[in-house]
Design a binder for this molecule. Structure first.
Ligand code: ZN
Length: 56
């Protein structure tokens, strides 16, 4: 009997998980795939960058 792989471990580059990081006065969207958005003054803008990246 072989154990079933019920859960596939998330591999780097597989799927996209974005988050926003603050860097000084700026907010930058980042993804676990290595993508980084442009520095934004507003977190809302960084979120938009992240959303746009996820749609790709
Ligand atoms: Zn990504």
């Amino acid at each position: 009997m072989r154990p079933k792989a019920s859960e596939v471990p998330s591999e780097p580059g597989e799927g996209h998980c974005t988050r926003t990081v603050e860097q000084g006065a700026f907010c930058i969207a980042r993804c676990n795939c290595g993508w980084t958005g442009p520095a934004r003054r507003a977190r809302a803008k960084a979120r938009e960058d992240a959303a746009a990246h996820l749609e790709r």
